[in-house]
Design a protein around this ligand. Structure first.
Ligand code: BTN
Length: 331
């Protein structure tokens, strides 16, 4: 029997013992149920250990004592109660960029809610042509494929919708500390903890699909960031002072995202505006906004139902659908 067959047996064994952690499963019974050679079960158990599971094996039985906090399809889908977000998962150890894979899924007819997840990205992409630092085993790097029925003009608000789902997720671990910096950065104590990269495939009248890329710094310690990011980035672990169960956090995010997306399809951002305003780091602040076409100085006064930032300058209110905003420190 080759290694792949042992892995397959380990997969099947896991699905069985995962149903009752701590329970003594008889090896005779398992061999019968799985129609497997009993003598191979210790090899399958060793494979589970190699995958990070803790199992106790005796001459007669096997018990599952611990599961790894790995972003595998088995762990991420265990107990997941969403309707469609994350029901189809494509998980990888290392990729260039999860957005690229999700894009290919979009092209080849992948179902709405498909999520591509990686433990590490070697060419993670950020907004405005930046890179996204994606070290192995500490964060979550994922891309969600959506096939919305609304018009392309309604797509930009998906950024703030995602930001809200992220803020509500991270709030659970860092209560009272999470802010949204319009249009799509999640901040804790002025440092970035998560970013969103939405990419759209559409013509003028119709959205073909949308890929929403999300990077979350979860268990990074200060030395996990390169020197140029150390003053700008933080993680949920640094902010909360404890190691965070990544699988639980990602499942929580899937739930929040699905709820917000269902709401968004009915009424866009209108029902979420009060919550978005509460989380906003810019409202009431003097800001410098780089719109891509120029720089505007003014006071950030509101967000509208399309996800635009309303800035007051020269005594008038102007709305901006995108840009890079910085709070201007006044003395
Ligand atoms: C930003 O704030 O600049 C956006 C960062 C988005 C990073 C995520 S990680 C998963 C997905 N794949 C990528 O290559 N980028 C996004």
């Amino acid at each position: 029997m080759n290694r792949t067959e042992i892995e397959q047996l380990a997969d099947r064994l896991l699905l069985l013992i995962r149903t009752r952690p701590g329970h003594h499963f008889s090896l005779d019974r398992i061999a019968e149920d799985l129609v497997a050679d009993r003598a191979l079960l210790p090899l399958a158990a060793a494979q589970l250990e190699a995958w990070g599971y803790t199992v106790s094996l005796t001459a007669t039985d096997i018990r599952l004592l611990g599961t790894p906090d790995s972003l595998t399809a088995t762990e991420l889908s265990w107990g997941l109660d969403t309707r469609f977000i994350g029901r189809r998962l494509l998980t990888f150890h290392q990729v260039k960029s999860t957005n690229d894979i999700a894009f290919r899924e979009g092209e080849s007819g992948g179902a709405e809610g498909t999520v591509v997840v990686a433990e590490q990205q070697v060419a993670g992409r950020g907004r405005l042509g930046r890179t996204w630092h994606s070290p192995a085993g500490t964060g979550a790097y994922l891309s969600i494929l959506l096939r919305p029925k609304f018009l392309p003009e309604n797509a930009p608000g998906l950024s703030l919708m995602t930001a809200l789902a992220l803020a509500q997720t991270l709030e659970h671990y860092c209560p009272g500390q999470v802010k949204i910096k319009w249009p799509n950065d999640i901040m804790i104590l002025g440092k970035k903890v998560s970013g969103i990269l939405p990419e759209l495939a559409a013509d003028r009248e119709r959205i073909n699909y949308v890929v929403v890329g999300v990077g979350i710094n979860i268990n990074h310690r200060p030395f996990d960031f390169p020197p140029d990011l150390s003053q700008l980035a933080t993680s949920v672990r640094i902010a909360s002072g404890r190691e965070i169960p990544r699988v639980e956090l990602v499942q929580r995010f899937f739930r929040e995202f699905e709820r917000e997306y269902l709401l968004y399809q009915q009424e866009f951002l209108a029902p979420s505006l009060p919550r978005l305003r509460r989380y906003s780091s810019l409202l009431g602040q003097p800001v410098r906004l780089d719109t891509g076409q120029g720089v505007v100085d003014g006071l950030a006064v509101d967000l509208d139902a399309n996800g635009c930032l309303v800035v007051e300058h020269n005594g008038r209110r102007h709305t901006y659908s995108s840009g890079d905003a910085t709070i201007v420190k006044t003395r």
